[in-house]
Design a protein around this ligand. Structure first.
Ligand code: S3P
Length: 168
């Protein structure tokens, strides 16, 4: 039986939101971005959350939002890059969805994230932060049902691959 959500995981800047929107249009399914849901729920930005309640506080809210979000069905859910660090989150994702990991090479990630002020974990020396975190999280996305390197693919090509694999 097809699982009734597609869950996108992957490091910051691997294209989860962009791919999720294309998939949502192609399948006619709702698109949910858990980072946006966290901000809407707390009424502050992710950066403000890190500054006030810290990463641990943020992770707690993130887990609650992921659990609530995956109670719904027929949606594409894009998650934050660190959501997979929690075993509970990984279990919920696997139970409630077809889990797709997007990857990209370090240079692509650095180019994509260096424009953004709302990613507290890669502020300062972006290159160094990205390389360190990529190393720490080397195997964090391995539990996915499908893994796709997005570096040289268009959004449409990525969506095609996901739909083709998910249907099999
Ligand atoms: C994080 C990734 C971010 C956001 C937060 C923490 C991480 O989401 O959840 O800044 O730990 O990798 P994106 O992957 O959408 O940038």
């Amino acid at each position: 039986m097809e699982k009734s959500n597609i869950v996108l995981i992957g490091f910051m800047g691997t294209g989860k939101t962009s791919v999720g929107k294309v998939l949502s249009e192609r399948l006619g399914w709702h698109f949910a971005n858990t980072d946006d849901e966290i901000e809407a729920r707390q009424g502050v930005t992710i950066s403000e959350m890190f500054a006030t309640i810290g990463e641990a506080g943020f992770r707690q809210v993130e887990s609650e939002v992921i659990r609530a979000s995956l109670e719904r069905t027929n949606q594409i859910v894009a998650t934050g890059g660190g959501a997979v660090l929690s075993e509970q989150n990984r279990r919920v994702m696997q139970e409630k969805g077809y889990v797709v990991a997007l990857t990209a090479d370090a240079k692509t990630i650095i180019d994509r994230v260096s424009q953004d002020q709302n990613r507290p974990l890669v502020q300062g020396n972006v290159e160094e932060r990205v390389h360190t975190l990529l190393e720490v999280r080397k195997h964090a996305y391995d539990f996915a049902d499908l893994k796709i390197d997005t570096s040289a693919l268009t959004l449409e090509e990525i969506a095609d691959k996901i739909i083709a694999n998910w249907n099999n």
